[in-house]
Write a protein that binds this ligand. Structure first.
Ligand code: GUN
Length: 293
């Protein structure tokens, strides 16, 4: 039987470790780390993410600030908010929740963030530094996956890792990190919606990281017995039996794939909780760097 990777429990353990460190910092006269989040509009998914980020700050003993704008906010107004957070001495790190409304250039907003406060790791300076293995903020989802692999003692060095998806937030950084000697040290193949040999590549993989955004895309016939399967998918599918009216569906057909695996992440409760936990780790790092610890 596979070992189910418990992202919820791992994230809770890490948040408790962070909270203990914050207590030590405060006891020795230091400031509490402070994360700010900027939320534009009322998208259900973004509201939930940001609410969970604020709750995670409380669990870690961080200060948090939520800055809200209506969908109608102008790009200039949003940029002014970014500049003011960049220069606010009390804020260690901040995020602008994506997606943004179509009239706003999200890349321009991302590039306006001071890289030293970019705890999402989305600024090109952090992306570039990550790609060549320099100190930086690593974006939260790939960092959470690396943490899960490490905490579960999963060997990645020299193994064949197939990544499904080439997004800037997950697929690309995940591929960079899995190939780097200091992190995955694996042989990495990236497949996407136009890969002709995607299924064959998957069948040869020791580790599959599915971040393609298509519910139940990875089926049993695509998985080698003993493989490690990491599911990054979080598509909302309608479900009238739920109070919310939907359920989260991963990129992996869990029931048929799980029996084949050595390790597998569930959805929900796998990668998702680790993403927010990694954001907390980045915020702690930002706070330490700013106070020279
Ligand atoms: N939207 C979906 N994931 C993320 C994330 O990790 N950070 C931000 N800022 N927006 C997101």
């Amino acid at each position: 039987m596979p070992q189910i990777i418990d992202g919820k429990a791992t994230a809770a353990a890490i948040k408790a470790e962070i909270a203990a460190e914050v207590r030590r910092m405060v006891a020795s006269g230091g400031r509490r780390p402070h994360l700010a989040a900027v939320l534009v509009g009322h998208d259900g998914g973004s509201e939930t993410y940001v609410k969970n980020k604020v709750l995670a700050c409380e669990a870690c003993g961080f200060k948090s600030t939520l800055v809200r704008f209506e969908d109608s906010v102008s790009e200039d107004e949003l940029l002014r908010c970014v500049y003011s957070l960049n220069t606010d001495p009390d804020v260690d790190g901040f995020i602008v929740q994506l997606p943004l409304p179509r009239h706003i250039d999200a890349q321009r907003v991302t590039e306006a963030i001071d890289p030293r406060k970019d705890v999402d790791g989305f600024h090109p300076e952090n992306v570039g530094r990550m790609a060549i293995g320099l100190p930086c903020f690593i974006s939260a989802t790939p960092m959470g996956i690396l943490t899960l692999l490490r905490r579960y003692g999963i060997e990645t060095g020299g193994r064949k890792c197939v990544i499904l998806g080439r997004s800037n937030i997950v697929g690309k950084p995940m591929a960079q990190l899995m190939m780097q000697k200091e992190h995955g040290d694996a042989t990495v193949t990236v497949c996407h919606s136009h890969s002709a040999t995607l299924r064959e590549e998957c069948r040869q993989a020791d580790i599959i990281i599915a971040a393609i955004g298509r519910p139940e895309f990875v089926t049993a016939d695509m998985v080698k017995p003993g493989a490690v399967v990491i599911d990054v998918g979080t598509t909302r599918v309608p479900d009238s039996t739920r109070k919310s009216g939907y359920r989260l569906c991963g990129d992996v057909k869990f029931d048929e794939v799980a029996p084949l695996c050595s390790f597998i992440t569930p959805v929900p409760g796998g990668v998702g909780p680790m993403t927010i936990c990694s954001l907390m780790e980045n915020t702690l790092l930002a706070a330490k760097r700013r106070s020279g610890i």
